[in-house]
Write a protein that binds this ligand. Structure first.
Ligand code: PLP
Length: 399
């Protein structure tokens, strides 16, 4: 075999810890609280099948042919309307369709950063963002979070201690974060935007879960709020996705960015995939135009509310082992094992009991808290949630 030479980022790459857990999913009877997979039973199958048929019947060539890199105009128009319902008036030119919101982040890294640049990410934070930034050679600084998301007071101190311009951008998931489920309060949103203005920071707001609020009052996105805060206009790039509210199999996300950024991301995307699948885009157009998402959302939210409550009720019985933060939306519950139990050791016991979760270490840029873990209530049904938590209790007893 030739001695292959690899780029420096791929000399010894470490894959996603969460994807590594997939091999256990095939063990008989396994119940998984691990992935951030949407519930299969909530997929809006009939309306999606109809949208799919209409897409092909009415625009077969548009489905089969290459499309514009920035996305089909009809989908961008639907996304403009969707953003309007979410409180942001955006222009079609500011919307770029991406192959999942994950691609949006990758394009932004390409366009905005040089290797060695400093980026801030919530601690704990979304592992695929950490991975993408590491592969890009960025220096990742952790921004402390608590039950209410980013601790902006601490962030202010951190930024004040660094030479101006050190931090190029801040990546965050302010609404129902992955992994903590935390939702940034309005006061902190305003504070964060004021800090962005003061420190010349660009914020990437990743928002795949915001529509899945099952408790409390809706809050404006950072993008919407940035319009109202002095000096914050143009400082938020917003990413979102149809993955969690319709289906990840579509691989459809989008970016709302100031024109100068959107235009460069469009050019960067040309060398990544030329365009996002026009076939998938046409299906989404038909589904959104027919009001499919609006019709499905209340049921989806009610379904996740029921699952979250079931999990929290079950976790109340594990109180002596695990301290958790109840979320008001999204798909995740974040927990800390009591008495310093290491989540990795607990996972070994949990696998024997046929239940999976993600040890928290995967979510830290540095100095991981080994006693933390993430549980997702989204994919299992309520019966599986009950059984899975009984098994987790057994695992705790044997650790
Ligand atoms: C915070 C966050 N951003 C992005 C993604 C990726 O979403 P997509 O399927 O749109 O690429 C996920 C998926 O789990 C996520 O949790």
């Amino acid at each position: 075999m030739p001695d292959y030479r690899f780029s420096s980022a791929f000399q010894a790459p470490t894959g996603s810890v969460i994807r590594e857990l997939f091999k256990y999913l095939s063990l008989p009877g396994m119940i998984s609280f691990a992935g951030g997979y949407p519930a299969a039973q909530f997929f809006d199958r009939e309306p999606l099948a109809e949208a799919s048929q209409r897409a092909f019947a009415e625009a077969p060539l548009d489905c089969l042919q290459y499309g514009a890199t920035e996305g089909l105009p009809a989908l961008r128009a639907e996304l403009v309307k969707l953003m309007g319902r979410r409180g942001s008036e955006v222009a079609m030119d500011d919307v770029l369709v991406t192959t999942g919101s994950q691609q949006g982040l990758d394009l932004l890294i390409k366009v905005l950063l040089e290797p060695g640049d400093t980026v801030m990410v919530e601690r704990p934070g979304y592992p695929a963002a950490l991975q993408a930034l590491r592969m890009g050679g960025m220096r990742v600084l952790s921004a402390v979070t608590d039950r209410d998301g980013l601790d902006t007071e601490q962030l202010e101190q951190q930024l004040a201690g660094l030479p101006t311009g050190t931090v190029r951008l801040l990546y965050c998931v302010p609404t129902f974060a992955n992994p903590t489920g935390a939702c940034l309060t309005l006061e902190r949103r305003e504070h964060l935007l004021a800090l962005a203005a003061r420190h010349d920071l660009l914020i990437i707001e990743d928002d795949p879960y915001g529509a899945l609020r099952f408790a409390g009052e809706a809050l404006p996105s950072l993008l919407a709020l940035s319009e109202r805060i002095d000096g914050a206009q143009g400082r938020v790039v917003h990413l979102s996705s149809l993955s969690k509210v319709i289906a990840p199999g579509l691989r459809l996300g989008w970016m709302v960015a100031p024109a100068a950024i959107a235009q460069r991301c469009r050019i960067a995307k040309q060398t990544v995939d030329l365009c996002t699948s026009p076939w998938a885009q046409q299906i989404a157009v038909e589904y959104l135009r027919a009001g499919g998402l609006e019709a499905a959302l209340p049921g989806l939210v009610a379904g996740y509310r029921e699952k979250a409550q079931r999990m929290l009720t079950g976790l109340a019985g594990l109180e002596e082992y695990l301290e958790v933060s109840p979320p008001a939306g999204g798909m995740f519950v974040w927990g800390k094992c009591r008495r310093g139990v290491a989540a990795k050791v607990l996972l070994e016991k949990a696998i024997e009991q046929r239940v999976l979760f993600v040890p928290g270490a995967a979510f830290y840029a540095e100095a991981p808290e080994m006693d933390s873990l993430r549980l997702s209530f989204a994919a299992p049904d309520v019966g599986q949630i009950d059984v899975g938590l009984e098994r987790l209790a057994q695992a705790f007893k044997t650790v």
